[in-house]
Design a protein around this ligand. Structure first.
Ligand code: ADE
Length: 301
């Protein structure tokens, strides 16, 4: 998958090839284009659009002031903002809370804007006990922790069913490898200031890990332990894997970035209020750096 910039440069150089050679190339390229369109489906169209950034709510408020050429666009009653972020065309939207809102926002976005990729920026509860408020998790994979069968003995977690052409969804949706690489590079270049999160000064860390998603706000240590044990997950939130599922089925590159706002236990209500804005800011900062790197030629990183 190439950035819009990279694709257009390639197309321009093909147009400068002289007469007969160009005709021969065109004869070959028409059947090839048909095959690529059928095989690639949505992906072939998606590569031409802006980079999409979704956030639950205040994550997008952090990003919007950085946009130039801002335009509000409402599609099927859902508001989107298009613009340019440090030279890169983007579309930004609030997903709202929960899997259904997030999946709807992503699906409409894909159908209308044909994004090159979608990056989710938000906060999360920590399942990994080593994580502290403000730390950031790059989601190498995401899973829906509330999909399955509920027996009297407990929950059996199962992979979701796909409705698009790729019928069987995996239990874990892998992040797009190029986005993941861009995120790791962006993280290696970040310089965070130490902050006081209650246990003395702490310099926020970025880790690559697993994020689980469900339609519940987790504020209970037993649930936290169970999710950590079953999914080996680092963070829990309420939207990421729902968007990952839509992107998986529609062949759109996806990555979830989440910064820790709470411990997903009984301290959660007070911690969330205290650290939500810090988490939103840290996540958005990394996402902005990822956008810069991802929009350059893939071979350059
Ligand atoms: N988002 C931020 N904190 C969360 C938590 N504890 N549970 C679910 N989603 C969250």
């Amino acid at each position: 998958m190439f950035s819009p910039l990279y694709r257009s440069t390639k197309l321009r150089s093909a147009m400068s090839i002289p007469g007969r050679t160009r005709n021969a190339l065109l004869c070959l390229s028409v059947p090839l284009a048909i095959v690529l369109t059928v095989v690639g489906g949505v992906a072939a169209r998606a590569a031409t659009g802006p980079i999409a950034i979704l956030g639950v709510a205040s994550e997008t408020r952090t990003l919007l002031p950085h946009l130039t050429h801002r335009k509000n666009v409402v599609v099927l009653h859902v508001p989107y903002v298009t613009g340019v972020l440090n030279g890169v065309p983007v579309v930004v939207a609030r997903s709202g809370v929960g899997k259904v809102n997030a999946a709807m926002t992503a699906t409409i976005l894909i159908g209308h804007f044909h994004p090159a990729c979608i990056i989710f920026s938000g906060s999360a509860g920590a399942l990994n006990p080593n994580l502290q408020p403000g730390d950031v998790v790059i989601g190498a994979k995401t899973a829906e922790h509330d999909f399955g069968t509920l027996y009297s003995t407990g929950m059996s977690h199962e992979p979701t069913d796909g409705i698009a052409e790729r019928k069987q969804n995996p239990m874990y949706f892998p992040a797009n490898p190029r986005l993941l690489k861009a995120a790791e590079l962006a993280a290696s270049r970040m310089h965070e200031e130490p902050i006081d999160v209650g246990s003395g000064p702490h310099t926020p860390r970025v880790v690559v890990g697993t994020i689980v998603t469900g339609d519940v706000f987790v504020a209970d240590q037993n649930t936290n332990d169970a999710l950590r044990k079953y999914f080996h997950a680092d963070a829990v939130e309420m939207e990421g894997a729902a968007v990952a599922q839509v992107c998986w089925e529609q062949n759109v590159p996806f990555l979830a970035i989440r910064s820790i706002s709470d411990n997903a236990n009984r301290q959660t209500p007070t911690m969330f209020d205290k650290f939500y804005k810090l988490a939103a800011r840290n996540s958005a900062r990394l996402v902005m750096a990822i956008v810069q790197i991802y929009s350059t030629k893939p071979a350059s990183y």
